[in-house]
Design a protein around this ligand. Sequence first.
Ligand SMILES: [Zn+2]
Length: 169
Amino acid sequence: MKCPRTGVDLKPVNIGGITVDISEKCGGVFFDHDEIEKFDQKTKIRGGLLVQHLKQFTPPSLDLNKHINCPKCSGVVMDRSFYSSKNKIEVDKCPSCAGIWFDFGELEKLRNLIPVSAGSYKTGQQFEERLLNSPAYQEYKTALDDNADDTARREKADQLHLFLFNCIY
Ligand SMILES: [Zn+2]
């Protein structure tokens, strides 16, 4: 699948047993119709990890009002509409496969909109902080930041994906 904003190949990333497709060019992410439910609330650890991971891919300047084609369904234009009537953040939805595209930063905004109970939020947040502050994660982050060579950077990124996956399962 190609990134609907930039045309690069989307990269499948396995986070806690669920594979989503991300754009390393613009920090966007495509979810199949039922996958987003595992990522949308702040208590859902997968979402926190994905938000942190996507942050490193700063987008080029993009016209977000431009309608995009579904990366999965050839020739189908996605609808730009609110995520839900309660959660009024605009995302791109496919009328054919019900997949959703989030541009850079939109997943984080959505997660900030959906209310969660204080207790469950705290538990999820503590877990996420522990994980993101762990020496192993920091090591991968440093390697990603320091290494300007693209191939090596890609290998490190792959290791990071694997690391995130192993932390959850
Ligand atoms: Zn589609």
